[in-house]
Write a protein that binds this ligand. Structure first.
Ligand code: KMH
Ligand code: ZN
Length: 309
């Protein structure tokens, strides 16, 4: 049976705390969410931090230091640290946790883009913390900066620590940018290509969008890539299901969608992992263990991650 890598992105920077009481905010909540997701079958956890006082996205390594050792001690899940942080942050700030802890995987966003979060203001109107409403509203004027120089800097600095990359591609052009860095010798196969569907500013969620991203990646990377998908919001499960059936790997988690069912908040990250696991098993697919994911992605040993740095 084919093994499928399940990544769980447990908190992220897309949603704000008032949208769901289940969104992890504190280091303990993030650790518990990651550990539960791993117990439910996640092969990889994709990690961001938040200020425990108000849930605001933060790249302060001191916050990561409060949950990474707990996760590493509890389970052998693959550790993936964001370099995207939040679209409001500068590149050096975004890079600090991955440079400090030298994870097996760091995320790497393959292009500068608009990253519109403001439409969520139509669905969520009451906010507990001052920063939430302007964070969403001002996303219509914000630029999520990932220049060629930024990407090169992340590749060289994290790459020197043996970290490999979750290459986040929000549109077809980003696949070409990944191929460009592969051609320059800065990215080595197998590339872990995370195609992202349904972010405002990126490609949509139509099945032809998914087919086109896969077709283009197949042409550019041949056998030398591992394809994964994530769908934003309510499209999360349908898109994961579609791409699993097409040979892909999947990402779930509250970073990407708060939902468990229509109109119903997911009560945990593990709930989404269990749901996609049910789908995978119904398709006669098997969830990859963390070690199987390490082998598929040619990752370094977990022991070399500096979780207490
Ligand atoms: N929030 C996702 C759409 C990152 O952390 O580098 C993209 C993401 C970015 O995961
Ligand atoms: Zn992320």
């Amino acid at each position: 049976m084919r093994k499928v890598i399940v990544t769980c992105a447990v908190t992220g920077a897309v949603h704000t705390p008032s949208m769901s009481p289940h969104l992890p905010k504190t280091p303990d909540e993030i650790a518990a969410a990651a550990i539960e997701a791993a117990a439910a079958g996640a092969s990889v956890v994709h990690l961001h931090a938040r200020d425990p006082e108000n849930g605001k996205p933060s790249q302060d390594p001191a916050l990561f230091r409060r949950f990474l050792p707990q996760i590493a001690e509890a389970c052998d899940v693959v550790i993936n640290i964001t370099t995207g942080g939040a679209p409001t942050m500068g590149i050096e700030e975004r890079l600090q946790p991955a440079l400090t802890f030298q994870p097996e995987i760091a995320s790497l966003n393959m292009g500068t883009m608009n990253f519109g979060l403001y439409e969520m203001l139509g669905r969520f109107r009451e906010f507990r913390y001052d920063w939430e409403e302007p964070y969403l509203r001002n996303s219509d004027a914000n630029i999520f900066r990932n220049t060629f120089r930024d990407i090169e800097h992340i590749l060289k600095s994290c790459g020197a620590n043996g970290t490999r990359f979750e290459i986040e591609c929000y549109d077809v052009a980003h696949l070409y940018t990944a191929a460009h860095f592969r051609d320059r010798g800065l990215l080595e196969g197998p590339l872990f290509i995370q195609t992202v569907f349904g972010i405002r500013g990126g490609i949509g969620v139509h099945y032809e969008d998914i087919a086109m991203m896969k077709r283009t990646a197949d042409r550019l990377f041949g056998d030398d890539y591992v394809w994964s998908v994530l769908g934003g919001g309510r499209h999360q499960m349908p898109i994961a299901t579609m791409s699993a059936a097409m040979g892909g790997n999947v990402r779930v988690g509250l970073e990407d969608s708060l939902w468990g069912a229509p109109g119903q908040l997911a009560t945990s990250n593990a709930e989404q992992v269990r749901r996609i696991r049910t789908v995978l098993e119904a398709l006669s697919l098997e969830v990859a263990t963390p070690d199987e994911a390490r082998a598929m992605l040619k990752l370094k040993d977990r022991a070399s991650v500096k979780v207490s740095a």
